[in-house]
Design a protein around this ligand. Structure first.
Ligand SMILES: [Zn+2]
Length: 61
């Protein structure tokens, strides 16, 4: 079953089976939850945005 396949999370780099897919990339449920809760003032926010942009730019490559 597809949901049991472990994929490397692009944020934390760990292999996880639960999370969301954006295009061909994967974000685990832990990082997804963190991103949702992360305030724009949080120091990690630019990092999350950076990772997301890498996904989006890769789409056009
Ligand atoms: Zn993760």
């Amino acid at each position: 079953l597809e949901e049991n396949i472990e994929m490397p999370c692009i944020i934390c780099g760990q292999l996880k089976s639960n999370g969301i897919r954006i295009l061909s990339e994967f974000i685990c449920e832990v990082c997804e939850a963190e991103m949702v809760q992360t305030d724009v003032q949080d120091e990690r926010y630019p990092y999350f945005i950076h990772q997301m942009k890498q996904i989006l730019y890769r789409k056009d490559a």
